[in-house]
Structure formats: C-alpha cells, structure tokens
Design a protein around this ligand. Structure first.
Ligand code: MN
Length: 397
C-alpha cells in the first residue's frame, strides 16, 4: 500500500484491502487467518461481520504475553519502529478486551499467556461438523418419522437392515445393513406418533454404531428444549413425546438429550454430491455453520408472510435451486416425492396416515412403507396418495 512499512497514513487503505481479501477467501470457504493488532472491539467487529456474512465461525487466538516480551521484540526489529508508549497502550486495550471477548461472537477464544505456551501450542484444523464429504455411503435418507417406530422398523427391514440381537440397559440397539449402507434421518424423529422413545432408541443405537447419521428437525429441537427444562408450549405432539419419555428412565432421557444436542445442522455427504437438511438448504449455506444456516435447515426460508391457516409461508427455495449437490429434505409432507432441480422432499406424512419413505443414494430409488394408521391430523392438506390416507398396500420400491 505504501513504499514505507512505517507509514501509518495508509492504515485505512491497508485494512480496506485486508477486509476485501478476507471476504474473497471466506466466499470460497477457505480458512483465513488475520494476524493483526485487533486489540479494540472496533477492529474486531468488521472481521466478525465478515465471518457472519459468509456463515463461518470466527475463532480468536489471543497473544496475551507479558508487556516486557513485546518491548524486547520491538527493540530487536531493525526495520520497524513502534513507540514503547504505543505498545503499552495496546497492552492496556487488550487487557480491557479480554473479559468480553467470548460475547463478541467468537465461536472459541484461545488465550496464550507465555512464550513457552506459544512455542508449545499446536494448531489442529477440524472440519465443520456438517462436512462429511468423505462419507460415501451408500445412504438411505429417511423422511420425517415423528414417533412412528412400527413403520420405521418396517422400512429399515424392507431396506435390508437388521437389528442387533441384544439391546443395552436403555433398550438401545443398532440396526445394521449387511452391505454397510448408512441410514440418514432427515429430522423430526419425534412428536405426534405413538413410540417416540423407541424411534430415539433406534436413531441413537444406529448413530453410535456408525450405521446412521441424523440431522435435527424443528420438532427435535423443541423436544430438546423441553428435556432441558426450558419453557416450551407442549403443542403439535410435544405433550405426547414428553409423556412417553416420562415413562423411560432418567438415564435414557439424559442420553436422548445428549443425542439431540449433538446433531449437526445438516450434512454434506458423498464428495459434496449430497446434502441432507430437514427443511432443505440453499447452495450458499451448504457446508457452512451459522445461526442463519441452522435456522434455514430447521425451518426453511421465512418470507414473513402467513397462509390462510396462519402458518408461515416458506420461500420457494427449491424452485430457484441451482446448486451442484442434490438436496434431500423433509419438513413439509408431500403425497409423492418428486425431484425439483435436484432437490427432493422425502416426508410423505407417515404420522398423518401417509407413508414413511427413504431415498436410496446414489441409486436414487424410493422405498416406502404405508402408515399402519393415521396418528394425527395434518395442519394442512398434503394430498395423501390414494386419497384420504388409505393404505397403499405392499411397500413400494
Ligand atoms: Mn415434520
């Protein structure tokens, strides 16, 4: 920016360029390290805003070394001069920043206090929890189960999975596929149906065994809040789930809470060719991690409008989708899954008397089992296949 490295007058230009470069890198999803004297909230704020805009977490690494170390290192630099009082001022600002740093929006704050600590520190790059592009399945993406354990067991059996012979003390057992296929639950395991604890047992057993992955649905998140003792209106089937869970042991409830709490917002799978999110996900949000990503994955795109039933109108993200990955989701019951621009809704309204459906990936075949009966009234019509929720007959493949 200037031919003189000590020219402080070009600082605003230098930071404008820095922020531009950071934005370009974050748009590509690249790990980006900003090594600067960000000792004031005003210096950190635009960087945090950039991370948020690109739906990526920001981490603070703080070099809170003794002031004498800074003075000694400054004195040892032949080409640069920083006035000792400037260093003293920076130390004071850093000290003032430390208590509130975690609340500024950093996902993690690492503070290093001594030269030995800096020398002994190791940097470990962990992929975001949603990034499982290295998992190649093959997968069976299962639509909203909503406590329909009978139908889930039937579907898993039709798909070729079999349960372990023995269950553990919580009644948890894994189901496994002889060819190593993995089930992927698209969320809304719970609420409205008759056997929510058993559905959780299957999902917990399979995820622990590595034979399934699960993403959370809006119902799962609400149940998690209730299990944690937070105040939640026990509507839309939550009351039944809590009653059913009250009949289980505290140990199982703790395990279910930990399971629901540990779910990633969505998954990018199979080399980036498949994305699973409860309510779908636009291309810009895939593989990223922010409050906005989580909200979209759980609830879909809010337009702020309400329909004739008073329910929020969700944007037609699928109609506009042009992403590289196929997106498999649930959340909104449909009579028959149909690909829309490489997105597929596999929620066929089992709990409302429809079917429970899985998408086989990469084959792209659909497998369904009919609901034994309707367990709840849908909030709005979703046109069940064969009209009025009549049984479909044998499983369709
Ligand atoms: Mn649902």
């Amino acid at each position: 920016m200037s031919n003189d490295p000590n020219d402080q007058a070009c600082t605003p230009d230098a930071f404008a360029l820095l922020h531009h470069v950071v934005g370009v890198r974050l748009a590509r999803g690249l790990l980006t390290v900003v090594d600067a004297t960000n000792v004031q909230p005003e210096a950190r704020r635009p960087l945090l805003a950039l991370a948020r805009r690109h739906h990526l977490p920001a981490v603070a690494v703080v070099f809170d070394l003794p002031e004498q170390v800074s003075h000694a290192r400054n004195a040892g630099r032949p080409d640069r001069y920083v006035a000792p009082r400037a260093i003293h001022h920076q130390h004071a600002l850093l000290g003032r920043s430390l208590p509130g740093l975690a609340r500024e929006g950093f996902r993690a704050v690492h503070v290093l206090h001594a030269e030995e600590e800096v020398a002994g520190a190791t940097i470990v790059r962990a992929p975001l929890p949603c990034n499982r592009a290295g998992d190649h399945g093959p997968f069976d993406a299962v639509g909203d189960v909503h406590g329909c354990a009978d139908e889930l067991e039937a579907l898993l059996a039709v798909l070729g999975y079999a349960p372990d012979a023995a269950a553990d003390a919580d009644g948890v057992r894994a189901w496994r596929h002889p060819e190593g296929r993995q089930a992927v639950f698209v969320g809304d395991l719970v609420d409205r149906g008759p056997r929510t604890p058993d559905v959780l047992r299957i999902a917990i057993g399979m995820t622990e065994a590595g034979t399934a992955l699960a993403v959370p649905g809006n119902h799962d998140v609400r149940l998690l809040k209730a299990l944690r003792g937070q105040l939640v209106h026990r509507t839309h089937g939550l009351a039944q789930s809590m009653e059913q869970l009250d009949a289980t042991t505290p140990a199982f409830r703790a395990r279910a809470t930990a399971f629901l709490d540990g779910l990633a917002s969505h998954y990018v799978l199979d080399g980036g060719r498949l994305v699973v999110a409860h309510a779908g996900l636009t291309a810009e949000l895939q593989g990223r991690d922010s409050g906005a990503v989580r909200a979209f994955a759980l609830y879909g795109e809010a337009t702020g409008e309400r329909d004739e039933f008073g329910l929020p109108v969700r944007g037609a993200w699928a109609a506009d989708y042009r992403g590289r990955a196929a997106v498999v989701y649930g959340h909104t019951p449909v009579a028959d899954p149909a690909w829309v621009h490489d997105t597929l809704d596999v929620d066929t309204g089992c709990v409302f008397g429809g079917r429970l459906t899985a998408l086989r990936w990469p084959e792209r075949g659909l497998v369904s089992v009919p609901a034994l009966r309707p367990y709840a009234e849908p909030r709005r019509a979703f046109l069940p296949a064969a009209g009025g929720g009549a049984p479909d007959g044998p499983p369709t493949v």
